[in-house]
Design a protein around this ligand. Structure first.
Ligand SMILES: Cc1cc2nc3c(=O)[nH]c(=O)nc-3n(C[C@H](O)[C@H](O)[C@H](O)COP(=O)(O)OP(=O)(O)OC[C@H]3O[C@@H](n4cnc5c(N)ncnc54)[C@H](O)[C@@H]3O)c2cc1C
Length: 423
């Protein structure tokens, strides 16, 4: 892998997501050799993927080159590779570009889409976990509009204009709101040959309310906003089968749709090689102690979505969102330095900064510990927090410009089928 030999302890970090990049920043220019490995050469700001899918933003405003993050780190290296296996007895990993030994290994591989074992849904639906997947959704939506314009029958047109989103967590709700804005603002202006009333957005949720991880107050407000935008919400509804056209559910509901977007859940993406007990079955997350050490491995750590740390307050582990990943990455950076200096490690305590979701222009819900609110102010806070959390000054400026332009013009500028999607 062409990593120079040195006398410095080597820390290998697998994954340049929120946890990985915050860790790598803490270890910059210290007495360590750091190797960051990711199968992509960029960091993805996943909270805004839905805006790429719905033509609001171009992908380069939410992705950031990993090499640029470490450009001033003199003893840090980046390698574009997939880590395939860990050999803990040899302190070594096997990657798609070769073997590498480590003194400390940090696994920050995040999650992958969970289809709950349904192969039919996996092969026919559209996941939204990566930039290429978000671009596929964008292409499919725009291709469907074009196909609907030349459809021979009403049934055929309806199937192209029926958009089914499964999972009414923040991702599903945000995407449903954004697609509804395409229907309400773009279709009437740019697609004279289509009737916006023929377009339907269905949001399916297995729980009895939208935004199940948030407060009941937020769910109620979000359901009201979705209704206002024309999104049809179906709670207590599970998809049983989808063959690329017909959606079958546990209730009487069946629909014809060319587009089923799967936002129903994630599961951990562990790397092979550690003993079975280190990975919690079902969740696929590494069982870690309060210092993010993987159980029974003194020099292997897991951080972010892939780590499951239980505490009295979080008996099922922390939520799989950005804040725990950022906070764990930062603390582990400090702890690795303490470990090398033979100082005692500091335990992780999660500082919950609240949760939020936007449902479209001027509409969002925010849950803080002692205060829950929705509407314009919540939307403003949502925008500010997401803007400030983006990696890179250029990305912040471009996103701010796009949002302002879209807000003033009721437009979505990125409506381009650059790479057509083939089903
Ligand atoms: C669509 C969507 C919307 C979201 N919205 C929000 C939101 O609004 N607010 C919020 O707080 N959270 C949100 N989340 C969750 C949030 O993005 C995650 O909690 C966060 O990204 C976790 O960070 P991480 O570093 O653990 O993993 P990730 O950010 O997923 O990073 C993992 C990295 O590991 C790399 N990788 C994985 N396996 C390998 C391997 N074997 N070899 C090499 N590299 C590998 C991947 O390429 C990736 O870069 C959203 C997630 C999604 C998918």
């Amino acid at each position: 892998m062409n990593i120079p030999q040195s006398n410095l302890p080597r820390v290998v970090i697998v994954g340049g997501g929120f946890a990985g990049i915050n860790l790598v920043k803490r270890l910059a220019n210290k007495n360590l050799q750091v190797v960051l490995i990711d199968k992509r050469n960029y960091h993805t700001f996943q909270p805004l993927l839905y805006q790429v899918s719905s033509s609001g933003l171009e992908p380069d405003s939410i992705a950031y080159p990993l090499r640029k993050i470490i450009k001033k780190h003199k003893t840090t290296f980046f390698r574009l590779a997939e880590v395939e296996q860990i050999l803990p007895d040899k302190n070594e990993i096997i990657t798609s570009i070769g073997h590498l030994t480590y003194d400390y290994l940090v696994i920050a591989t995040g999650t992958k889409t969970n289809y709950f074992g349904n192969k039919a849904i996996e092969s026919s639906s559209m996941p939204m976990k990566t930039v290429p997947q978000a671009l596929d959704i964008r292409s499919l939506i725009l291709q469907n509009f074009e196909k609907a314009a030349i459809a021979d029958s009403k049934e055929e047109r309806e199937a192209f204009l029926n958009f089914v989103i499964v999972g009414a967590g923040p991702t599903g709700v945000e995407l449903a709101g954004a697609i509804a804005e395409l229907k309400n603002n773009i279709l009437p202006r740019d697609y004279h040959d289509l009737n916006p009333d023929d377009m339907h957005i269905h949001l399916l949720e297995g729980a009895d309310r939208v935004l199940p991880p948030m407060s009941k107050h937020a769910s109620k407000k979000a359901a009201k906003f979705l209704n206002k935008l024309g999104v049809k919400v179906h709670c207590n509804t599970f998809v049983k089968h989808y063959d690329g056209l017909t959606v079958t559910t546990n209730s009487d509901l069946t629909m014809e749709s060319e587009t089923l977007i799967w936002a129903a859940g994630v599961t951990g993406a562990p790397v092979q090689g550690l003993k079975a007990e280190a990975v919690i079955a079902g969740a696929n997350r590494y069982k870690v102690n309060q210092f993010n050490q993987v159980e029974d491995y003194a020099n292997i750590f897991a951080v972010g979505d892939i780590a499951l740390m239980t505490s009295e307050e979080y008996p099922k582990g922390h939520p799989q969102v950005a804040q725990p990943a950022i906070q764990q990455g930062e603390l582990l950076g400090k702890n690795i330095l303490r470990l090398i200096e033979n100082k005692p490690l500091k335990p992780f305590v999660y500082k919950d900064k609240g949760s939020m979701a936007t449902i479209g222009r001027n509409k969002a819900v925010v849950d803080l510990k002692h205060y829950k609110f929705g509407g314009f102010f919540a939307w403003f806070i949502w925008m500010f927090v997401h803007l400030m959390s983006l990696v890179g000054f250029r990305n912040r400026v471009i996103v701010l410009f796009n949002w302002t332009y879209n807000y003033i013009n009721f437009d979505k500028a990125a409506r381009l089928i650059i790479r057509p999607f083939k089903k």
